[in-house]
Design a protein around this ligand. Structure first.
Ligand code: S3P
Length: 435
C-alpha cells in the first residue's frame, strides 16, 4: 500500500463503528493468559500490535484463539497451560505496550524470556520499566537501556511502596501485573494519573485494586480469575475522524461504542476547548468495566488552545492529529510538557514539525512540544509515515483538509496504519466525499 494518495475532502459525514480498543485488548489477552481458567472477549482490536501480544502469549504457553469476528477464547494457566520459558525471543513487533506489559507479567512467573521488537521498538527506552521491575525483585537485562530485554521472574515479588517516575500507564501496568505474585500488598504512586484499564480489568478478574484520592494504587496480590468482556471501540482511532469533522462547520461524524475511560478522553476536552460541538452519549455495554459510549461531533470555527500539564497523558496518542487540526484553528496552539512524544513509535515532535511544514503550516519545535499557527490553507504534500501509524493517519487527515481544488497528497509508507487500525483508509473513504 506504499504511497497512498489522499485527495482533499469536500464533505465529511457518517457513522462509524470503530474497531476494539488496542490498549484494552492487550490487557484482556494478557490477563486471560494469566487467569486460572478459560476467558472470553469480543470486539478484540484487529491491530497488528495486539496480534504481537497474542503471538507472544502463545509462545509462553497460553491458548489464544481469535476468530474472524474478533472474538477471543483465552486458555490461561488454570487450563493446564502454565507459562513456560519461550524457546526463542518473543517478537513484540512495533508494540511498546506488548513489550512493557509482558515484562511485568513475566516477572510474576518463575520463568525467563527475551523480549525483542522491530527497529523502532529497539530504539525506545526500556530502563523505565526494567528499573521498577528490578526493584520489585525481577532480574532484567537491557541492551544500552533498550530491547532486546531479558526478564527473569523470581517470585515472590517484593510488596511495598513504589513511585512511577514517568507518567506512563505502561510502566504502572507492568508493576501491577508483576505485583500479582507479590508477598504483600503493592502500592504504586503515579506522578500524574494515566489510563486505568489495568486496574479496572484486574478488578473484573477478582483482584482487589483500589485507587486513593492521592492517586495511590493498592493491589492485593492474588490469583487472576477467568472473565468475559466486550471490548469498547478505540477512541484513539476514532480521534482521526473526530478531528477531521471538527475542522469545518457543517461536517459531522458519529463514532459508536468507543471507550470513555477518564484517562483517555483528553482529546474530547481539547476538541471542546477548540470550539467543536462534541456530544457524548454513555452506554454500558462493556459490562460496566469500562465506560463506553457514542461520540458525535459537529465542526465549527475553531480557536487555538494550550495543551499541557495533566492533560498530556490523557491525550498523548491524539496529539499528532490534534496538531494537524490546530492548523485550521484561529490563533496559536501550544503543546508543551509532551517530551514523551519523542520516544513513541517515532520522534513525533520533530516529524510532526517537518510534515506540517510540508503541508504549508507555520510551526515551531520545542524540546517538549510544538507551537502551531493557524488558520492555514493547507497545500497537498508528499509526506512519509516513518513507520509510525499515528503519523500516517494524521497525514491522511491533513491531506483531507487541503481545500477543494487543491492537490491530492501522497503518504509514503502508509501501510503502517495496520499497527493500530488496519481498515483506516476504508473508514476514511466511508465518511469523506473526495473533491
Ligand atoms: C498505552 C499507554 C501510553 C500510550 C500507548 C498505549 C497503554 O503509553 O501512548 O499508545 O496501553 O498503556 P505510555 O504509558 O508509555 O505513556
Amino acid at each position: 500500500m506504499s504511497g497512498v494518495t489522499v485527495p482533499p475532502a469536500s464533505w465529511v459525514d457518517g457513522v462509524l463503528r470503530i474497531p476494539g480498543d488496542k490498549s484494552i485488548s492487550h490487557r484482556v489477552l494478557i490477563l486471560g493468559a494469566m487467569a486460572r481458567g478459560r476467558s472470553f472477549a469480543s470486539n478484540v482490536s484487529p491491530a497488528a500490535d495486539v496480534a504481537s501480544t497474542a503471538a507472544c502469549l502463545e509462545a509462553l504457553g497460553a491458548g489464544v484463539r481469535l476468530d474472524a469476528a474478533m472474538r477471543a477464547g483465552l486458555d490461561g494457566a488454570g487450563t493446564g497451560r502454565g507459562w513456560a520459558a519461550a524457546e526463542s525471543a518473543l517478537d513484540c513487533g512495533n508494540s511498546g505496550t506488548t513489550m512493557r506489559l509482558l515484562a511485568g507479567a513475566i516477572a510474576a512467573h518463575p520463568i525467563s524470556a527475551v523480549l525483542d521488537g522491530d527497529a523502532s521498538l529497539r530504539r525506545r527506552p526500556m530502563e523505565r520499566v526494567a528499573g521498577p521491575l528490578r526493584e520489585l525483585g525481577a532480574e532484567v537485562v537491557t541492551h544500552d537501556g533498550c530491547a532486546p530485554m531479558t526478564v527473569t521472574g523470581r517470585p515472590p515479588i517484593h510488596g511495598g511502596e513504589y513511585v512511577v517516575r514517568v507518567a506512563s500507564a505502561q510502566i504502572k501496568s507492568a508493576m501491577l501485573l508483576a505485583g500479582l505474585a507479590a508477598d504483600s500488598p503493592v502500592h504504586v504512586l503515579e506522578s500524574m494519573p494515566t489510563r486505568d484499564h489495568t486496574e479496572r480489568l484486574l478488578r473484573l478478574c477478582g483482584i482487589a485494586v483500589t485507587t486513593g484520592v492521592d492517586g495511590r494504587i493498592t493491589l492485593m496480590p492474588g490469583e487472576v480469575q477467568p472473565f468475559g468482556m466486550r471490548i469498547p471501540g478505540d477512541l484513539s482511532s476514532a480521534a482521526f475522524f473526530l478531528a477531521l469533522a471538527a475542522s469545518r462547520p457543517g461536517w459531522r461524524v458519529r463514532c459508536e461504542e468507543v471507550t470513555l475511560n477518564p484517562g483517555r478522553i483528553g482529546v474530547l476536552d481539547v476538541l471542546r476547548a477548540m470550539g467543536a460541538d462534541v456530544d457524548v452519549e454513555h452506554r454500558d455495554d462493556a459490562g460496566g468495566v469500562e465506560p463506553c459510549g457514542d461520540v458525535a461531533i459537529r465542526g465549527a470555527a475553531l480557536r487555538g488552545v494550550r495543551i499541557e500539564g495533566a492533560l498530556i497523558p490523557r491525550c498523548i496518542d491524539e496529539l499528532p492529529v490534534l496538531a494537524v487540526l490546530a492548523s485550521q484553528a484561529e490563533g496559536v496552539t501550544t503543546i508543551r510538557d509532551a517530551a514523551e512524544l519523542r520516544v513513541k513509535e517515532s520522534d513525533r515532535i520533530a516529524l510532526l514539525v517537518d510534515g506540517l511544514r510540508r503541508f504549508g503550516v507555520a510551526c515551531e519545535e520545542h524540546d517538549d512540544g510544538l507551537t502551531i499557527e493557524g488558520p492555514c490553507r493547507l497545500r497537498g504534500a508528499r509526506v512519509e509515515a516513518h513507520g509510525d501509524h499515528r503519523l500516517a493517519m494524521a497525514w491522511a487527515v491533513a491531506a483531507s483538509l487541503v481545500p477543494e481544488g487543491g492537490d491530492a497528497s501522497i503518504i509514503d509508507g502508509a501501510e503502517c496504519t495496520a499497527v493500530s487500525y488496519p481498515q483506516f483508509f476504508a473508514d476514511l473513504a466511508a465518511v469523506t466525499q473526495a473533491s
